[in-house]
Design a protein around this ligand. Sequence first.
Ligand code: AKG
Ligand code: FE2
Length: 276
Amino acid sequence: MKNELTPDQIANYQKDGFVVIEDFLSPQELDNWRTALDEALANRNGNKLPDRKEVYGKGDDADKSYYDNVFDQMINLWQDNEKMRNIMLDERIGKMAAQLAGVDGIRIWHDQALIKKPWANPTSWHLDTPYWSFSDRKALSIWVALDDATYENGCLFFIPGSYLKTTFENPGIGKNMGEIFKVYPEFFKSNSKAALMKAGSCSFHNGLTIHGAHANMTSGYRRAMTCAYMPDGNTYNGTQNILSDAQLAKLHIGDLLNDDKQNPLIYSVRRVLENA
Ligand SMILES: O=C(O)CCC(=O)C(=O)O
Ligand SMILES: [Fe+2]
């Protein structure tokens, strides 16, 4: 695993709000990730979350049929598959996320497999952070290509630098690719950047970076394994997202989100120093 970030990669992330890391996984690791994904999905019976079928707050009902054909979205596979758990809790990836975000500790918010099936719809431009149950301008995700991500099958696109100006207001993710530019007209004339990736490469993007993806114009699959990260110390903001009703019943706005069973701390400078 290419887990040592160069100063250039960190600087690019800080400037653009995303960075691509080529050949992140070795061929053997890529094989392990694919096997873990296959096993984890086989045990899911189509459920999006370990404990329920659907997620809250993603799109409105009118767009559901469209959104269901953007990608298959399976969340928190780390919670119910041992191989995926080992992959997702890898401290080395946590350290990369912490370094890019410029924070001392990183927790998993949620992982998710994003599988664009043959002929899948495009992923409209959107922001991630406004969907989450905490509000942190430094929150970010990793997106690991498990198949080559090409112009033809739905590679990611980013609007460089957009994360410096976007807010926690949620422009949503509907059918219209350009809807977000009504909320952010200052980016209407931006040049987007495609993130073409060979299988095993990855990108990190800030959750406030405007991003989206092409349709899958091929008969093959475009599989990605992703994970959203929450800097340690964040608090509940009143948005349910992937939290269950039972978890919500115990939470008040402002409570620390530090339940290791839900949001494991995968990297912490303090823990590294204590163990040194
Ligand atoms: O894989 C895609 O099409 C979209 C990915 C995405 O929006 C994300 O990882 O935040
Ligand atoms: Fe996203």
